[in-house]
Design a protein around this ligand. Structure first.
Ligand SMILES: NC(=[NH2+])NCCC[C@H](N)C(=O)O
Length: 317
């Protein structure tokens, strides 16, 4: 029998460089309502308290913007996710910016401390910076750095103040001390917009990235099969779907850091389906819809919602 879904609405956008990803959650719900779907009414939901008001403050952490508030936000998300999983439910997490994944992964680890976690990151970005290497200071570029426990000091370009360092270490130890994911258990799909410190860390750690061209050439099924083989020793899998993994020119630019030459929605659907068929996926998160940046009305939210609706329809059959 299928586990019952709980929707988690995490309208936080302080990890992104542009405001508006917090509106992505409601943009997806409105996309659902406008097409006559009761999807968001079908499942119980939890609203996560946000710290978005911190943008009014004069932030003093140029290499990890709003880090004290991102930390609090992730703590909150982690508790909600942990609680959901401990109650035997499936967390379907709708988040604003991708820094949320630090909360989600920490919550999963807290709920299943003895299980080995695999992470599949469907994204245009590697999000494996640390405050020491970030070019922007935006924390949505760092969640995997924190969850792997990687400062990447070899590629250091920024000198941190004490408070940033303290909060960064707190984020790495959120809920469960130490690295939560091993690089061997992390697989990227669609990563194509990275900076040098990320490239060298990804190469050093041997993290697999299925680029769009490879997925097209070899087929989704083959790549999914290989991924699941690679994660054979993982008991559970977290799927993180950043909508910027999709082609910004052909689909929509309604996201904070759009990148062309990405996946088509159909390819994302096939990926989600194939990976979920493993029976190991315990949590799915969708992030980075920013309707304020969408020049085609609410297109990104509509496309993202269609993918999810289809996914959960298929799953219940
Ligand atoms: N989740 C995202 N959209 N991440 C974009 C990160 C972009 C860039 N690598 C940075 O660190 O600023």
């Amino acid at each position: 029998m299928q586990t019952s879904i709980e929707i988690i609405k995490n309208r936080s956008d302080i990890g992104a460089g542009t405001r508006g990803a917090d509106l992505g959650i409601d943009a997806m719900e409105i996309a659902a309502i406008n097409k006559g779907s009761d999807f968001f009414h079908r499942y119980p939901f939890v609203d996560v308290r946000t710290r978005n008001e911190s943008v009014y403050e004069n932030d003093q952490h140029p290499f990890a913007k709003y880090i004290p508030y991102v930390y609090q936000q992730c703590e909150e998300v982690a508790s909600v996710v942990e609680n959901c999983l401990s109650n035997g439910k499936f967390p379907l997490v709708f988040s604003g910016d991708h820094s949320s994944a630090m909360g989600t992964i920490s919550g999963i680890e807290a709920a299943f401390p003895d299980k080995t976690l695999g992470v599949i990151w469907i994204d245009a970005h590697a999000d494996i910076h640390s405050p020491y290497t970030t070019p922007s200071g935006n924390m949505h570029g760092m969640p995997l750095g924190a969850m792997l426990g990687e400062d990447n000091l070899k590629c250091k370009i920024n000198d941190l103040d004490e408070e940033t360092e303290t909060y960064w270490n707190k984020l790495k130890d959120l809920k469960v001390k130490g690295p939560k994911v091993s690089p061997a258990h992390l697989v990227y799909f669609g990563v194509r917009d990275t900076e040098d410190p990320e490239d060298s860390l990804v190469a050093e750690l041997g993290i697999r990235n299925y680029m769009v061209a490879e997925v097209r050439e070899r087929g989704v099924e083959t790549c999914v099969h290989e991924t699941l083989e690679r994660l054979a020793s993982c008991d559970i899998i977290y799927l993180s779907f950043d909508v910027d993994s999709m082609d910004s020119e052909l689909i929509s630019d309604g996201t904070g850091t759009p990148v062309p030459r990405g996946f088509f929605p159909q390819e994302i659907s096939m990926l989600l389906r194939g990976l979920t068929d493993s029976g190991k996926v315990q949590c799915l998160e969708v992030v980075e819809v920013n309707p304020l940046l969408d020049r085609q009305g609410n297109k990104m939210a509509e496309v993202a919602f269609d993918i999810l609706e289809q996914h959960f329809q298929d799953k219940s059959q």
